[in-house]
Design a protein around this ligand. Structure first.
Ligand code: CA
Length: 508
């Protein structure tokens, strides 16, 4: 048997096993490497003789130090690797290797377009949705009840509206609303309430006595009073629901007049993230998404990459790529803020990889981060926004979020109108407000989850497709989905994870 393994960079002294069933002891490749023990798929094999204290190199970078002698052909397990210190934030190169602007796609001077819903304030929707925002968790079940009624009794009369969304969440009361960190969940929810897919029609349901008053949620420009319903002003449950239904119908009449029209790709804001990553993610789905990100940037779109704890250990590779020193300093500011946030909770970056990540061959956060940043492609980093802030710049942007899938997705919703999610172990994740395109790192997952995974990037590992092929496929699929010509599997099944605003502030 000839072992099939993937070496990500010519300097690497470890590689990952590609064979779906793993590789047995005695397997030998043409280069003289003999595998010394059974090694499962996605786990690492030593390519050279490694001494205790030697760096273990993957992606051309040190992912850790060997804490024992490792012979060539041995399985390099997590416990053999000591975690290196995180790169210092004090003397990083700032904007020293800014990539040149990428040429337009295919030399197309007219620019790519997609069929979207234009909004008065300049954004564009990828879907036409009625969003009912809530100020506090107390009203969530009432709004969810009302939304079930709207969908069955009213929505069928408004065929141009795709769906009705209850924007419910766990925030709004029982929190230190004036604490500095409360700004993060509040602005996240403010931007979500005015999402591009809601067509500028704000409908807000409030309880009445909660800390997050409607004026505070929506300030500085509170919409007209009739768009805010306070349940404590209504006489009982039935009247509360009837009020929501009446207001929803008025909004549906307006939204039903919206039509798709050609929009420049500059109105697409695509959020990227990974969840349930494995050792293939960094060589298949994430680089393919990186290639798609480059194409999107070249076509004029904005692309967000996020997940602070999965960027932190690769920060020295990112600050040189920032368009100027101010953007690099903003990137470092977000890393430092998160270091301090973790330290306050007596945690550090080693808290990140999950048991599933480790089963999937990711030994530690350094290896995970090096694979994760491949999603960001190769263009210059043009801007940085803090947690839950809305992006103003175009191009590749770092939008600070935790790595947690549902919190990252919620924060990216402050800006994005389409989401790309890569996965190795698999997650049926979805969002109600935007289409979520799911891409697998391995063909085995795409086959097992044939009705959940939209694109299989595992073909790259076995040589059946190139990173360019899959990147192009993702780019074209994104334009089709944004235009409503295609639906993602998550949309097909109606999968919408809960919104979970990041609240680093105190709960009272
Ligand atoms: Ca994630």
């Amino acid at each position: 048997m000839v072992p099939l393994y993937l070496r990500a960079h010519s300097d690497d002294n470890v590689a990952i096993i590609v064979d779906a069933e793993g590789v047995r002891a005695g397997a030998r490749d043409g280069g003289g490497l003999t595998v010394r023990e059974f090694i499962p798929q996605a786990q690492k094999v030593a390519l050279t003789s490694i001494s205790a204290g030697d760096p273990l190199v993957r992606y051309g970078q040190t992912i850790g130090y060997a804490n024992r002698v490792i012979e060539p052909g041995r399985w390099v397990r997590e416990e053999m690797i000591d975690l290196p210190a995180a790169p210092s934030l004090d003397d990083l190169p700032l904007a020293t290797a800014v990539p040149a602007p990428l040429p337009p796609v295919d030399g197309d001077t007219f620019g790519y377009t997609f069929e979207g819903y234009r909004n008065a304030e300049g954004s564009a929707g990828t879907r036409n949705l009625l969003g009912i925002t809530t100020t506090v968790q107390c009203v969530a079940p009432t709004v969810e009840y009302a939304v079930r009624r709207i969908k069955s009794e009213i929505l069928p009369r408004y065929p141009n509206v795709d769906d009705v969304i209850a924007v419910t969440h766990g925030y709004g009361c029982g929190v230190a609303i004036d604490a500095p960190d409360a700004a993060i969940p509040i602005r996240t929810l403010r931007h979500i309430a005015r999402h591009a897919n809601f067509g500028g029609e704000s409908l807000v349901v409030s309880l009445g006595c909660e800390k997050l008053q409607p004026g505070r949620l929506l300030s500085p420009d509170l919409p007209v009073l009739e768009d805010v319903i306070r349940l404590q002003h209504a006489h009982g449950f039935a009247e509360s629901v009837a009020q929501i239904l009446r207001a929803a119908e008025r909004k549906l009449e307006i939204l039903n007049r919206r039509r798709r029209e050609p929009c420049p790709v500059s109105q697409l804001i695509v959020g990227l993230q990974c969840g349930g990553s494995d050792a293939f993610s960094g060589v298949t789905c994430n680089p393919a998404v990186g290639r798609a990100a480059d194409l999107l940037v070249r076509a004029g779109a904005t692309v967000l990459f996020s997940e602070v704890t999965e960027v932190r250990d690769a920060i020295h590779l990112l600050t040189p790529r920032c368009i100027n020193a101010d953007v690099a300093r903003a990137l470092i500011r977000e890393m430092r803020w998160y270091d301090q946030y973790l330290a306050r909770g007596s945690a550090d970056r080693s808290a990140n990889p999950t048991p599933g990540n480790k089963r999937g061959g990711l030994a530690n956060i350094v290896e995970k981060a090096l694979g994760s940043i491949a999603k960001a492609g190769s263009s210059a980093i043009c801007g940085v926004v803090g947690h839950g802030e809305r992006v103003q710049e175009r191009g590749l942007i770092f939008a600070a979020t935790p790595a947690s899938d549902f919190i990252c997705g919620t924060e990216q919703l402050a800006s994005m109108n389409l989401h790309i999610f890569t996965t190795g172990e698999g997650s049926p994740y979805g969002l109600s407000m935007v289409p979520v395109v799911k891409i697998s790192s391995r063909t085995a997952l795409a086959e097992k989850w044939h009705d959940l995974i939209d694109i299989d990037a595992g073909r790259i590992a076995t040589g059946r497709a190139t990173i360019d092929d899959v990147g192009r496929e993702i780019f074209e699929f994104v334009l089709d989905v944004a235009s409503g010509r295609k639906k993602t599997w998550a949309e097909h099944w109606g999968l919408g994870n809960a919104l979970v605003p990041f609240n680093p502030g105190p709960v009272t």
